[in-house]
Design a protein around this ligand. Sequence first.
Ligand SMILES: Cc1cc2nc3c(=O)[nH]c(=O)nc-3n(C[C@H](O)[C@H](O)[C@H](O)COP(=O)(O)O)c2cc1C
Length: 279
Amino acid sequence: MESGIEPGSLEVAMKTVIYYFTGTGNSLAAARKIGGALGDTDLVPIASLANTPGAITPAAERVGIVCPVYDCGVPVMVARFAERLDLSGAKYTFAVVTMGGMGVSALHQLDGILRERQGRGLDAAFAVSMPGNFPPLMRSVPAEKCGRTLGRADSRLGEIAEAIGSGRSVSPGFAPISGLVKALSYGSLAKAAHDAGKLFSVSDACTGCGTCARVCPAGNIEMVDGRPAWGRHCEICCACLHFCPTEAIQLNVMLGTEGRGRYRHPDLTVADMEAQRGE
Ligand SMILES: Cc1cc2nc3c(=O)[nH]c(=O)nc-3n(C[C@H](O)[C@H](O)[C@H](O)COP(=O)(O)O)c2cc1C
């Protein structure tokens, strides 16, 4: 799964900061791949900044955002983060969204937020197809069976890193269907997301191990009497669902999640998820 690019060998030498959010590791793997190819890159978890006050000023001239697509938009935490990003010192900005199938409109959303707040948008915007992680809509395929999808994503990320490294301007492109789906569904997702914890349930298969609480990037799960209790800061990233070692957690929307598979990127660890909160 290597693109053949030497770490740090890309053309324009510039310090880079990549802000990322991930629920099941695709976006972290993408951020790592791009950062590794660019060299001199800091990866900063967006979740670690969620409860900090004021503007966020990157200590780098090249600034990137990497995150998943949710209902053809970006996770609410990422939208809030983008509103606080101060790009006055940035020379080059980019975003990469990872998605199960469709979501270029998420890039238009990010670009719009930055234009509105900063008077400048993204210099380059990319979408990458990776395994989907929303079993209520589409069965999840276990990571070990996702080799081909992840291999294609890895090559695409190599090309993306090259484009970023050479300072290319890349428009997200016209995405009418993704835009339409976003217009129809993202508003209600954004409105209901924080309260989505009430849509999860836990069965007697729960051993009380607390992994769900450890991996939640929003710090939204507390163990109460040995069982997870969801608060009101859910991002619907589904990390709790996918990491539960006994598949005791279900998300009760659409087709539900019982017997519909679980996924997480093969490189993602519980420690990676805990590190996102930066505690
Ligand atoms: C709540 C939710 C909504 C999603 N909506 C979309 C979508 O609109 N389009 C899409 O292609 N994938 C969608 N997905 C799949 C993720 O975008 C995709 O699997 C992504 O790579 C996950 O990234 P992560 O592993 O970094 O969390 C959705 C996933 C979740 C959890």
